[in-house]
Design a protein around this ligand. Structure first.
Ligand SMILES: Cc1cc2nc3c(=O)[nH]c(=O)nc-3n(C[C@H](O)[C@H](O)[C@H](O)COP(=O)(O)OP(=O)(O)OC[C@H]3O[C@@H](n4cnc5c(N)ncnc54)[C@H](O)[C@@H]3O)c2cc1C
Length: 394
């Protein structure tokens, strides 16, 4: 396998590295420590990254985007995440949309939603599955229990009429800032969730649709997560993605693989940052009359961080290659994500250990990396994700 980058991939790497160092890193800890759920968000950062192409990065070239391959996507996500994991995610969250449009959207949907998305640097997108009592159930839907999974209800007024949506979603990324949401709704309660859901495109100005509470998180503070509320929200049939009741098909495939892959690539950026911070600290600080770097215990800790980060890099890049070359049936994304979660927790903990008490202070990046890593415990490396991988192995 050839691991070298082509000219375009290297160009994106340099672009992302420069943007991360000059714009994201100086803002990272400052934005993280602003109180409130919405307040850490900064439109100037989104606009600046969007002008460089990081918002529309994955839209196919023939549709007006940059058509980035998965290798470039992995590189950009991890380079941005090295400066700030939440900011990186605020850009890559939009890439799911481009995978969905390329695979499922009609020409009319592309005209109505893709055109403004490409033109507006503040157009960001969310995708909503989770409900107050159905998070894992939606990501790993039980195969027999009809009562499990989405409860947000979609009913068609008449055979050719509009759809009416009722119910709530929670924790939805880009929730408080998005202009368009892909909402998964239960359109048939007589069967299991996998067979009875429909995905709708819901623009912010949909009658009966509104944003509720914004969640105030311990990690990924820049990133926005909010409730979405549908109270007789009215949508034309033309906003159905794919076919009615076939939401599972829309949710699976490349768009779903991307969600797993995204978290693995983002975690790599955090691990790179943690390893660099630990090395810099160990070289600068002296304990017991010599640099920390010269103490064997510290060397072993940093060695482990480095080794785990490099194995994760290999896995993420192999996974990107699999996805670019369409090695079908590959378990890479979901396994890489679960692995990334374990590596991330270990590497950020070792970084804390190298820093001692300094690492726990609010002005230290060390503790921020640990707080950002909390997100992986329920989004990526939790047991439900592992069960998902096991089900696919059968
Ligand atoms: C930063 C962030 C971003 C997010 N972004 C989005 C988004 O954009 N869109 C979206 O839809 N959601 C989003 N979420 C929600 C996320 O997908 C859910 O948190 C996740 O699916 C887990 O669901 P839950 O938190 O409801 O936990 P639960 O599903 O309630 O799980 C709680 C516990 O029960 C266990 N459990 C649950 N079901 C089973 C089972 N069948 N078998 C065994 N154990 C089980 C779990 O392992 C866990 O230990 C986001 C959350 C965060 C924090």
């Amino acid at each position: 396998m050839d691991f070298s980058l082509n000219e375009e991939q290297r160009r994106w790497q340099n672009e992302a590295r420069h943007f991360a160092r000059e714009v994201l890193l100086p803002a990272s800890l400052k934005r993280d420590q602003i109180e409130g759920a919405f307040e850490p968000w900064d439109w100037d950062i989104i606009k600046a990254g969007s002008k460089l192409g990081f918002r529309t990065f994955a839209v196919p070239k023939e549709l007006g985007g940059h058509g980035a391959d998965f290798i470039s996507q992995a590189i950009v996500m991890s380079e941005l995440a090295k400066a700030d994991s939440a900011m990186s995610k605020a850009f890559s969250q939009n890439w799911k949309w481009s995978h969905l449009i390329a695979e499922f959207c009609t020409k009319d949907q592309k005209d109505r939603f893709l055109t403004p998305f490409l033109a507006d640097h503040t157009y960001v997108i969310g995708s909503a599955s989770t409900e107050p009592n159905a998070g894992s159930d939606n990501r790993f839907p039980p195969l027999e229990d009809k009562s499990a999974g989405f409860r947000l209800k979609a009913e068609r007024e008449s055979k050719d009429g509009d759809w009416i949506l009722n119910g709530d979603k929670c924790f939805i990324a880009n929730g408080s800032v998005g202009k368009l949401f892909f909402i998964n709704a239960r359109s048939d309660f007589n069967t299991i969730a996998r067979e009875g859901t429909t995905v709708f495109m819901v623009p912010l100005d949909t009658p009966g649709f509104r944003i509720g509470k914004i969640f105030n998180k311990a990690g990924w503070r820049f990133y926005q997560n909010a409730e979405l509320i549908c109270e007789d929200a009215r949508l034309p049939h033309a906003n159905v993605v794919g076919e009615p009741h076939k939401g599972q098909k829309v949710r699976s495939g490349v768009a779903a693989e991307f969600s797993d892959f995204e978290l693995a690539a983002n975690a790599l950026g955090i691990c790179d940052a943690a390893t660099e911070y630990a090395m810099a600290f160990a070289k600068k600080e002296k304990r017991a009359g010599k640099p920390l770097w010269d103490h064997q215990l510290v060397q072993l800790n940093i060695h482990e961080m480095n080794m785990l980060t490099e194995t994760l890099r290999s896995y993420v890049m192999r996974c990107a290659w699999d996805m670019d070359t369409r090695v079908h049936g590959s378990l890479s994304p979901v396994l890489a994500m679960a692995y990334a979660s374990d590596v991330l927790q270990r590497v950020t903990k070792l970084n804390m250990e190298v820093h001692g008490a300094h690492g726990g202070m609010m002005d230290a990046m060390t503790q921020k990396l640990v707080r950002d890593g909390i997100i992986w415990t329920h989004l990526a490396g939790d047991n439900t994700q592992r069960l998902k991988a096991v089900r696919r192995m059968k």
